[in-house]
Design a protein around this ligand. Structure first.
Ligand code: COA
Length: 330
């Protein structure tokens, strides 16, 4: 079977910067609390009317160019997001239309913070199996329209930001590129980090009462997320290394989902890798859910932090709970 590799990366960040100081004008919080607990200094919010597909398309155009391709070379779209433009259809079809592509397939992935890695695994499998030669994988989120910006929602809202990232996956020699991907879930914790409405188990799916009770805004058991994340991140990174007969000393760089700086620091310590081998940009963008890994990957490539032959590990944990890793020989 042939291999699958990342041919190009791209990102899209809204121009509007929202600092911690700005958040203190909306809710009872402080710059010190946010920086100390999360490492976040600022995040980006979209202007009204911008959907996840708009950020996705922008990131996709950059990734297509980086890969030396044109949009018409793309044969399949995978779009990972928890904040699709509409409840349905998914955002992938909007990307198909906005990129002016022929009637290619477009699949939306709904695994939140791990969505990009789950999506990458789909592209990897299709390319390795010879179904497609150029698959576009996007992770993009508009979180800002779903955050409770009052003091009641401050534990969640200070964490999240908007953004998009994309990669193009194409064929390579066996044993190169994406070596393996590892996907997990544990649905008994589904309610630890969720948005309850609109929901098909409700009739109507959304009502004034539900909005008044703020059930359309995300809720999180932060302590539970922290405990599970700091266990699952190192576990799934080690799983990827073991699968490929490697140890942590073989890693050139780890690119974790940017959940929270304290989680990243705990994972770095648990793995026993030097801090400079674990990428972080959360201070600039906050947690952008499915977009955080491809945005970080694109920044690493741009900064020359990934070179040919490097062993790169992508890893994520989040709502579901779901967790995942992908080991890549660049
Ligand atoms: N500003 C100021 N105070 C805040 C606040 C904010 N934005 N959010 C919560 N607080 C308050 C709480 O109300 C609480 O007050 P109390 O002691 O009077 O009840 C106090 O700060 C401490 O809250 P606590 O929950 O104990 O803080 P913590 O040290 O556990 O940190 C998180 C909270 C959310 C930062 C932490 O649990 C965490 O990192 N969890 C993982 C979250 C995450 O990464 N989610 C994304 C997953 S993909």
């Amino acid at each position: 079977m042939r291999g699958a590799r990342i041919l190009g990366t791209g990102r899209a960040l809204p121009s509007r910067v929202v600092t911690n100081a700005e958040l203190t004008t909306m809710m009872d919080t402080s710059e010190e609390w946010i920086v100390q607990r999360t490492g976040i200094r600022e995040r980006r919010f979209v202007d009204p009317g911008t959907g996840a597909s708009d950020l996705g398309v922008q990131a996709a155009r950059a990734a297509i160019e980086r890969a030396g391709l044109v949009p018409q070379d793309i044969q399949f779209i995978v779009f990972a997001t928890l904040s699709p433009d509409l409840f349905f259809p998914g955002s992938g079809v909007f990307v198909q239309e906005k990129l002016g592509l022929d009637t290619i397939g477009a699949l939306d992935v709904r695994t939140q913070c791990t969505g990009f890695i789950y999506g990458l695994s789909v592209a990897e499998a299709y390319v390795k199996a010879g179904f497609y030669d150029h698959v576009l994988v996007i992770g993009a989120e508009v979180q800002s329209t779903g955050l409770d910006m009052s003091t009641a929602g401050r534990d969640v809202s200070v964490l999240f930001g908007d953004g998009g990232g994309a990669v193009i996956v194409g064929p390579t020699e066996p044993g190169k590129g994406i070596l393996s991907t590892h996907l997990h879930s544990e649905g008994k914790y589904a309610r630890e980090l969720m948005v309850e409405a609109p929901a098909s188990i409700e009739n109507p799916r959304i009502s004034k009462e539900m909005i008044d009770a703020r059930r359309h805004l995300g809720t999180m058991n932060g302590r539970s997320v922290f405990i599970h994340a700091t266990r699952r991140f190192p576990e799934v990174i080690r799983e990827a290394l073991a699968e490929n007969g490697m140890t942590v000393s073989d890693l050139s760089i780890v690119i974790p989902h940017q959940a929270n700086l304290r989680i990243t620091q705990a994972v770095t310590k648990a793995l026993g890798v030097p801090a400079e081998k674990v990428f972080s940009n959360i201070e600039k963008y906050g947690n952008t859910t499915a977009a955080s890994v491809p945005i970080a990957l694109d920044e690493c490539v741009e900064q020359g932090r990934i070179r040919e032959g490097d062993v790169v590990c992508l890893a994520a944990f989040g709502s579901g709970f779901t967790w995942a890793s992908s080991l890549i020989r660049w």
